[in-house]
Design a protein around this ligand. Structure first.
Ligand code: GTP
Length: 323
């Protein structure tokens, strides 16, 4: 279907996320069951996301036109209406309804009947739709519509669990002071970052930072000022990194950044940019640091302890050279 304007949906596609909490097979069985129950050629779970309306699960029938991953930016399609109004829509015969008779789902794909319900995130915002499309005029009994509503509630409930799990995970992965990853977050995400780098045949560089004379700063300016320094340093590291990099507080005044890098020269670029950004901070006292690094080449099987030791030894030399 041709795209028109991008609707203002804030979510990334759920298909791009590695979600283990959702039982995709169960969603598939639900969708297939709905298609059988309504004797319909097409049933979908759709998500309203940055791509428009995206098919997440499609009934597994030869007559089902759209497949998972396909999306539509057209505004006058049935699901847009359900999402926009957050309410049920039942069109029995689009051919006799002026509002719908230019809908590409009808004019191009011949879906003359549509029944759709909004699926919601726990905060009430609309996730997408559960819908049944048919190429013939329909007149479903209310009991069928009620049954569809119950199935939709099962999907709502799965999203509720997903949301909760995600919130808990975020909490357990985040350092409360600096709001970057803590040790656990970093360690858990290291493996998938390594796999991604391996697939892209890219090097990773693990940078290890330790603030200089931080105890002295704490003792001189106070613990609160020390906290501000830690937060500022974390924020600056984050600003200096890409979204695929991992930035973590390893403990106390120690930080780790794992960057995707083409060559070791990226280390100099990273620290030069970091110094420029730090110099712009309007703090009463400068933040100074020492750093070390270790390179992980594609295919390297080095363990984190080994890499950290390497980076830490380097950092220690860096620190000694200043004393
Ligand atoms: N303000 C604040 N201080 C912290 C926090 N966590 C750890 N610290 C302090 O950080 C200091 C770290 O001290 P050291 O490990 O001796 O490091 P340093 O003073 O930077 O010494 P060098 O690394 O040798 O330059 C300790 O005094 C800790 O109490 C925190 O969350 N907030």
């Amino acid at each position: 279907m041709p795209g028109k304007t991008l609707p203002p949906y804030p979510y990334a596609s759920i298909l791009n996320l590695e979600i283990e909490e959702i039982d995709w097979h169960r969603w598939q069985r639900l969708v297939n069951t709905v298609a059988d129950m309504f004797n319909a050629p097409a049933t979908f779970i759709n998500q309203a996301n940055l791509k428009g309306i995206e098919v997440i699960i499609a009934s597994q029938k030869p007559e089902t036109h759209y497949q998972p991953g396909s999306s539509s930016l057209d505004t006058n399609i049935y699901c847009h209406h359900v999402v926009k109004n957050s309410s049920e829509l039942y069109v029995r015969n689009a051919g006799q309804d002026q509002k719908w008779n230019d809908n590409p789902e009808y004019t191009e794909d011949n879906y003359v009947s549509y029944l759709g319900l909004p699926i919601s995130w726990p905060d009430g915002s609309v996730f997408g739709t559960l819908c049944v499309l048919d190429t013939k005029v329909t007149n479903y009994p209310q009991t069928y519509i009620n049954a569809l509503a119950v199935i939709k509630e099962v999907i709502d409930s799965d999203l509720r669990h997903l949301y909760k799990e995600n919130q808990l995970l975020t909490l357990s992965y985040t350092d409360p002071l600096t709001q970057i990853f803590n040790r656990r977050g970093f360690t858990d995400l290291l493996r998938s970052t390594q796999e991604l780098a391996q697939r892209l045949n890219r090097k990773l560089i693990l940078l290890y930072f330790d603030l200089d004379e931080f105890k002295h700063a704490n003792d001189t300016f106070g613990h609160d000022a020390g906290d501000i320094m830690l937060k500022t340093f974390a924020k600056t590291l984050k600003k200096n990194s890409r979204s695929c990099d991992l930035v973590a507080r390893w403990g106390g005044d120690e930080f780790i950044v794992l960057i995707h890098a083409e060559s070791e020269s990226c280390v100099n670029l990273f620290t030069e940019r970091l110094n420029t950004l730090l110099a712009r901070q309007q703090l009463e006292h400068d933040i100074k640091y020492s750093f070390g690094y270790a390179v992980i080449k594609p295919g390297d099987k080095a363990e984190l302890d080994e890499l950290l030791k390497h980076a830490d030894d380097y950092m220690y030399q860096n620190k000694l050279s200043k004393k």
